[in-house]
Design a binder for this molecule. Structure first.
Ligand code: 6GU
Length: 229
């Protein structure tokens, strides 16, 4: 899979993909992440990418031309399955959306800034608008990094233990159960006996019960009517 991210702050996106799982996914050739600097597509003398808004009001708006030039250029090189705009007024990201995107070949992500982008770009280029939650960030970059991470870790071969993405919180609308590692007794704080029992049926049952309990307590909104009872 290939993901292109268009931004006016490319430095903000250097960090998130240069370590750990995201780094390994790229080294293994499972994911290609390309940061595109929007300013490279500005034709103005000072490389402007924004302008005052029609009708007046505070805040600059990202102009059509650099964005259109950038997307046109990229679209000539490959076919994008989705052109995603990161914006607080988008559809709120959840696991099912990341699952869906993880099946695509080429994704293009546009990071917004200032007051937003010219509405005509949203009308004519954007196929999905995604928010990562009900709060406002200074720009779409961190949100794009969150979205990209949530997608790339799902690609086959990225995680060592292929079952581990499937047992994530949210994959079955349940939070994950508690986990423990050695020692079995730390300062008198004991690991639950069942986990030391070697009885894998009992362990599975316990984990499911714990996941259900945790979900009821913390995220009852995730539970369907039947499971929530
Ligand atoms: Cl996608 N962008 C910005 N600027 N703020 C956000 C967001 C996105 N999602 C939640 N807050």
């Amino acid at each position: 899979m290939r993901i292109d991210i268009i931004t006016i702050l490319p430095k903000l996106l250097e960090g998130p993909f240069s370590d750990s799982i995201m780094k390994r996914a790229q080294e293994k050739g499972l994911a290609e992440i390309h940061i595109q600097n929007l300013r490279d597509y500005s034709t103005s003398k000072h490389k402007n990418v924004d302008d005052y808004q029609y009708g007046g009001g505070a805040g600059m708006v990202m102009s059509c031309e650099p964005i259109a030039n950038c997307i046109d250029d990229l679209k000539q090189q490959r076919k994008y399955d989705e052109i995603i705009f990161m914006t607080p007024d988008g559809e709120v990201l959840e696991q099912s959306i990341s699952n869906e995107f993880s099946l695509k070949e080429n994704l293009l992500i546009l990071c917004g800034h200032y007051k937003g982008i010219d509405e005509r770009i949203r009308e004519h280029y954007i196929t999905r608008e995604i928010s990562i939650g009900s709060y406002v960030l200074s720009g779409g970059e961190l949100a794009a990094a969150v979205l990209t991470d949530s997608i790339v870790r799902l690609l086959p071969g990225v995680l060592n233990d292929e079952t581990s993405a499937l047992s994530d919180s949210f994959q079955d609308n349940l939070l994950s159960p508690p986990v423990y590692t050695r020692p079995a007794d730390f300062r008198g704080w004991k690991v639950p006996d069942v986990l030391l029992s070697g009885d894998f049926n009992k362990i599975d049952t316990w984990r499911h019960e714990q996941a259900l309990k945790r979900t009821k307590e913390r995220r009852p909104d995730l539970l369907s009517d039947t499971e929530g009872e």
